[in-house]
Design a protein around this ligand. Structure first.
Ligand code: ATP
Ligand code: MG
Length: 432
C-alpha cells in the first residue's frame, strides 16, 4: 500500500487488539485508502469503526478523514455521493462496489454560535486539530493504514479499556459548543454487550446544566440520537440518567413523562423496543402531538398510539372468544403489546399470557372466509357500508368461535338481524 501523507502528530504501532479488525477490513476500503495515498493525500480511519475494532466487535460502517477537499474526492471517486459537501462529507463508492464510506475533509474548529452546529466549516490540514474537535475521547482515535499507526492524543484507548465516557477537552465548553453532544454522551454510555459506561466526573457534572443547550439543536438531530438511545441494550439506565439530569424534561418540552417500567422491558427487536419505550414514557400525555413535534416518523407515532390506546385493556383469561379476538386483532403486534403490559404491571397479564400460549391456533387462520361476492349473493345487498360492516361482523364471529367453513358462516348469518339497525353499530374485528 502506498504511504499516504503523514499526520502532524506522533502515532504508535497498532496494538494487537486491532489484529482482527485489520484482517476484516473490506477490500473496497483498502482500495480507497491506497488511491488517496497514491495521489499524494493523507487519509485516516476515524470514529466508530476504530472504537468497535479496539473493543473486538465488527464495524458496520467506516468513517474516514482526509486532507483532500470534497471536490477532489468526488473527482477521484466519480461514483460517490456528495452527502454533505458543505460539511466536507462525501459518501465514497468504489466503481465496482456498492459499499459506502463516509469520507470527510479534515476540519479546523470554528466558533460555535449558541450551541448550534456551525453553518459551514473551515477545512484544515491537521489531523490533531480534527481530532480535537471531536466529541469524546473514545471517538477521537485515528488510524493510518499505510503506516500501521494509531493516533490517540486524548487517551481514548485507555478510556475504552476502563469503560469511561470523557469529553475531549473541557466538558462544559465542548457540550456548550454543540448541544447535540449531550445526546451523544448519553448514547455512548450504552456500550451494548460491553456494558453501561459511566461518564467521568467532569462530564457527569456538565450534563445537567448543558442539557439546556438542546433547546438550540434541531429537532431532527435530537430525534435521530434519541431513537438510537431507545434501541440500545442499556436504554433503561440511560433514560434514568437523562431523567435525573433533566434532559428528558427538556426534549419532551416539559411534558409529564413516566419513567417507571423501563427496566422490565425485554425480548423485543430494536424497532419494537423504540415503540415500547416511548409508549411507556408517554402513556400519560398526548404522545401523538409530542412525537410529531419531535419529528418522529409516522409509523412510530402510530405504533406508540396503538400501544397506549390498548394499555390495560386485556382479554379475560377464561374467555376463549376474547382471547381469540385479541390475538387476531393484534396479529404480529401481540408480543409487543404483551411485553408492554407486563412492563407496566397490568393486573392479570401473566394469566392472559399463559392462556394465550395454551390457546390452539384458529383452524383456518385469521383470514375472512366470507368475501364480498359470497355475501352479496347470500344477502342480495349492494356493495356499500352495510355489506362491508356485515362482512366485518361475520369475520369477528368467525375468529371468536373459530369457525372453519362457509357452511358454518352461513348458519351464523341466518341468526344475525342484519336487515335492520344501524350498520355502524355492528361489532367489528377490533380491540378493545
Ligand atoms: P456510530 O456510527 O456507531 O453511531 P460514530 O462514532 O461513528 O458511531 P458518527 O455519528 O458516525 O458516530 O460520527 C463519526 C465521528 O464524528 C464520531 O466518532 C465523532 O468523532 C465525530 N462526531 C460526530 N458527531 C459529532 C459532534 N456532534 N461533535 C463532535 N464530534 C462529532
Ligand atoms: Mg459512524
Amino acid at each position: 500500500m502506498p504511504k499516504s501523507t503523514p499526520a502532524d502528530i506522533e502515532g504508535v504501532d497498532f496494538p494487537s487488539s486491532l489484529n482482527n479488525w485489520v484482517d476484516g477490513l473490506p477490500d473496497d476500503l483498502l482500495e480507497l485508502v491506497s488511491k488517496i495515498g497514491k495521489e499524494g493525500g493523507g487519509v485516516w480511519i476515524v470514529g466508530g469503526s476504530i472504537r468497535q475494532g479496539l473493543s473486538g466487535s465488527i464495524p458496520n460502517e467506516y468513517d474516514l478523514t482526509t486532507n483532500f477537499r470534497p471536490d477532489k474526492i468526488m473527482r477521484l471517486f466519480p461514483n460517490s455521493i456528495p452527502t454533505g459537501v458543505d460539511y466536507g462529507t462525501v459518501s465514497v463508492r468504489l466503481n465496482h462496489g456498492s459499499k459506502l464510506f463516509e469520507v470527510t475533509t479534515l476540519r479546523c474548529d470554528q466558533e460555535y454560535l449558541d450551541g448550534r452546529r456551525p453553518e459551514s466549516v473551515i477545512f484544515g490540514n491537521s489531523l490533531l486539530a480534527d481530532l480535537e474537535r471531536r466529541d469524546l475521547t473514545i471517538n477521537s482515535i485515528a488510524v493510518d493504514l499505510s503506516r500501521q499507526k494509531l493516533y490517540d492524543p486524548f487517551g481514548g484507548c485507555e478510556d475504552l479499556q476502563n469503560g469511561i465516557i470523557r469529553s475531549v477537552g473541557d466538558a462544559k465548553t465542548r457540550l456548550s459548543e454543540d448541544g447535540l453532544r449531550v445526546m451523544r454522551a448519553y448514547r455512548f454510555m450504552d456500550q451494548g454487550s460491553a456494558g453501561f459506561w459511566k461518564p467521568d466526573k467532569e462530564l457527569s457534572q456538565a450534563l445537567p446544566s448543558c442539557q439546556l443547550m438542546l433547546k438550540n439543536v434541531s429537532k431532527e438531530r435530537i430525534w435521530s440520537e434519541f431513537r438510537k438511545i431507545l434501541s440500545g441494550h442499556h436504554a433503561s439506565k440511560v433514560l434514568e440518567c437523562m431523567s435525573v439530569d433533566g434532559t428528558l424534561n427538556t426534549i419532551f418540552y416539559g411534558s409529564k413523562y413516566v419513567i417507571e417500567g423501563q427496566n422490565n422491558l425485554t425480548g423485543l427487536n430494536a424497532g419494537d423496543m423504540v415503540e415500547a419505550r416511548l409508549a411507556l414514557l408517554l402513556r400519560k400525555v398526548d404522545s401523538e402531538k409530542l412525537l410529531r413535534s419531535m419529528t418522529a416518523p409516522k409509523v412510530v407515532i402510530n405504533g406508540v398510539s396503538e400501544l397506549i390506546n390498548r394499555f390495560t385493556h386485556i382479554p379475560s383469561c377464561d374467555e376463549e372468544k376474547q382471547l381469540r379476538l385479541y390475538r387476531a386483532v393484534l396479529g404480529n403486534r401481540l408480543n409487543l403489546q404483551l411485553a408492554c403490559e407486563s412492563a407496566i404491571d397490568t393486573i392479570g397479564i401473566e394469566d392472559v399470557k399463559q392462556a394465550l400460549v395454551s390457546l390452539p391456533e384458529n383452524q383456518v387462520g385469521n383470514k375472512a372466509l366470507a368475501d364480498g361476492n359470497w355475501l352479496l349473493e347470500k344477502t342480495g345487498l349492494e356493495k356499500g357500508i352495510k355489506l362491508g360492516r356485515l362482512k366485518g361482523w361475520l369475520h369477528r364471529i368467525q375468529i371468536e368461535r373459530d369457525l372453519a367453513s362457509l357452511e358454518q358462516i352461513e348458519e351464523c348469518l341466518q341468526t344475525l338481524s342484519w336487515e335492520d339497525g344501524d350498520p355502524l353499530g355492528w361489532p367489528r374485528l377490533a380491540w378493545p
